[in-house]
Design a binder for this molecule. Structure first.
Ligand SMILES: N[C@@H](CCC(=O)N[C@@H](CS)C(=O)NCC(=O)O)C(=O)O
Length: 208
C-alpha cells in the first residue's frame, strides 16, 4: 500500500478531522494534504464531487467523509467488525453529518441572514440533535457510541462537540453542549484524554 493522502482544508476540525485523528491514533502514516482556501478554486474541479475530504490511496481516490472514516476505521481497527455495532457507529456519524450539514450551509450567507438561520438552528435543531445523540450514547452504556470502545463515531462526535464549544460559530452559544448534553461533553473529554488524541493536539499547538 502506498502512503495514503488525505486532502482537506487547513484547519483542525470539520469533515476531514475524524480521518486525520484515526490515522494518528492507529499509527498509520499518511500525507496530511491541507488545502488553503486561496488554492481551493484550483483544486476543486479535480475532486470527485468538487468537495473535501478526499482520500487517495494506491493511485485511486475516494470521497465522502463518512465513507473515508469507515475505510480508515477498518484499516486501523477503529470500526466495529460486528454488523450491528457497525450500524450503531454509522448512526452516530450520520447524525452528526445531518446537523453539521445544516450548520455548514450557513457559512457563506450574508451576515443578516446567517444570524437569523443560526439563531433558528440554535433554538431548535442543534439542541434537539445534541439531546438525541446523548440519549443514544447513554443507551449504549454512556462511554462510547458503539462496540464498547473508541471508534470513528466517537472521534466524529468529539470533533463536532469541540467545534460547537470553541465559540467559532457566530450566533450559536458555545455553552449549548454543556447545557443540553453534558454527557457528550464528558464523552468529548474522554476522547481528548486518549493518549493519541492529546499528543496530536499538543503537537498541533506547538507548531501553530
Ligand atoms: N457529503 C460530503 C460533503 C463534503 C463537503 O461539503 N465538504 C465541504 C467542506 S466540509 C467542502 O468541500 N466545501 C467546499 C466546496 O463545496 O466548494 C462529505 O461528507 O464529505
Amino acid at each position: 500500500m502506498t502512503i495514503p493522502k488525505l486532502t482537506y482544508f487547513d484547519f483542525d476540525g470539520g469533515r476531514g478531522e475524524t480521518a486525520r485523528l484515526a490515522f494518528v491514533i492507529g499509527s498509520l502514516a499518511f500525507q496530511d494534504d491541507r488545502v488553503s482556501f486561496a488554492d481551493w478554486p484550483n483544486r476543486k474541479p479535480l475532486m470527485p464531487f468538487g468537495a473535501l475530504p478526499v482520500l487517495e490511496i494506491n493511485g485511486k481516490t475516494v470521497a465522502q467523509s463518512n465513507t473515508i472514516n469507515r475505510y480508515i476505521g477498518r484499516l486501523v481497527d477503529l470500526y466495529p467488525a460486528d454488523p450491528w455495532q457497525a450500524a450503531l457507529c454509522d448512526e452516530a456519524m450520520d447524525a452528526v453529518e445531518d446537523i453539521g450539514t445544516r450548520v455548514f450551509a450557513t457559512i457563506l450567507l450574508p451576515e443578516t441572514e446567517k444570524k437569523v438561520q443560526r439563531e433558528e438552528l440554535a433554538n431548535g435543531p442543534i439542541p434537539y440533535s445534541l439531546s438525541r445523540l446523548q440519549q443514544r450514547l447513554e443507551a449504549h452504556g454512556g462511554r462510547y457510541f458503539a462496540d464498547d470502545r473508541l471508534t470513528v463515531a466517537d472521534l466524529k462526535v468529539f470533533v463536532w462537540i469541540r467545534h460547537l464549544r470553541s465559540g467559532a460559530l457566530d450566533h450559536v452559544p458555545s455553552d449549548l453542549p454543556d447545557r443540553i448534553a453534558p454527557g457528550l461533553v464528558e464523552h468529548g473529554s474522554r476522547v481528548m484524554h486518549h493518549p493519541g488524541v492529546s499528543a496530536y493536539y499538543a503537537g498541533r499547538q506547538a507548531t501553530a
